[in-house]
Design a protein around this ligand. Sequence first.
Ligand code: FMN
Length: 312
Amino acid sequence: MSDFKTNPLPVYIAPVQGHTDAAWRHFHHSTYGGDFRYYTPFIRCEHGELRRQDLRDLLSPLNDGIDLEPQVIFRDMTELDILLSRLKSEGMTRVNLNMGCPFPLQMGKGRGAGFLSNLDEASKLPDTLAKYPELSYSVKMRIGHDDNTEWRKIIEILNSLPLSEIAVHPRIGKQQYSGELDLEMLAELMKVSRHKIIYNGELKTPADMERVTADWPDAAGLMVARGILGRPSLASEYSEGEEWSPEKRKAAMMDFHDKLLTHYEETLCGDSQILSKIKPFWEYAEAEIGRKTWKAIKKSSTLAKYRTAINN
Ligand SMILES: Cc1cc2nc3c(=O)[nH]c(=O)nc-3n(C[C@H](O)[C@H](O)[C@H](O)COP(=O)(O)O)c2cc1C
């Protein structure tokens, strides 16, 4: 265990579809505490209105007491307008705009990272956002869809918007979630942006976070996604300036996953429904729990086998 030498930056807990839902956020916060901002996984339009399932997650009482920013995904101003208008009427005050999703189904339709090259629509953002002065905005983006210079055009538009910050994952959409981070482009983007930039990508350990804090003095914060799913104490360890012992991490992780299991046992019916909900929470935890345990969790076909896998 070593003490860190840098002052920690604010930590943002990234949206991860299928993982960081209201229950995950709630029990993560109640287990680990801390002053971290959470995001909802992207909220979308369906049949001309905000998708019901997304609204349920956003309005869940499980979000009480959490610093939560809803994120929206859209392909044009019609969709964005529907989403913003509904979020405003639900009393939201902040919205994160998704310009980074690489899922082919979304990106192919011009949403997420697919929006980055749609400058015609992007140029209408100032007017659309101005319709909702009650809302404050941030962006989460990649550097391009299939070209790592795409950001250079849209950044001019983003510079004209009133944004609190931009979280950047320095990959292009086509890379999905692997391959080199394009740090050269990130450095250039940071220089050109008039907004605060949050660094997002491959932060798996407190040491990774400390290294980026030291190497990127202009970064205004760090955003963690798969890293915190696999090691839920990650943000706390970094913010406290000290790695937790394996025993402490394990005890907290068991407590966290136990709360999630109890919650889903109370709200869902039958082993297979519950298992399909809770198994993905372990998906990125192999480095923390070992390959054998992860494989046993993945294979478990009943809750009894799941419990045995975890307790072993
Ligand atoms: C399964 C999965 C689902 C994701 N869902 C979202 C999402 O809903 N909204 C979003 O902006 N990013 C989403 N992301 C991207 C993450 O927020 C993050 O930008 C990306 O994983 C890189 O950060 P990391 O290296 O810390 O994982 C998702 C990533 C994964 C792996």
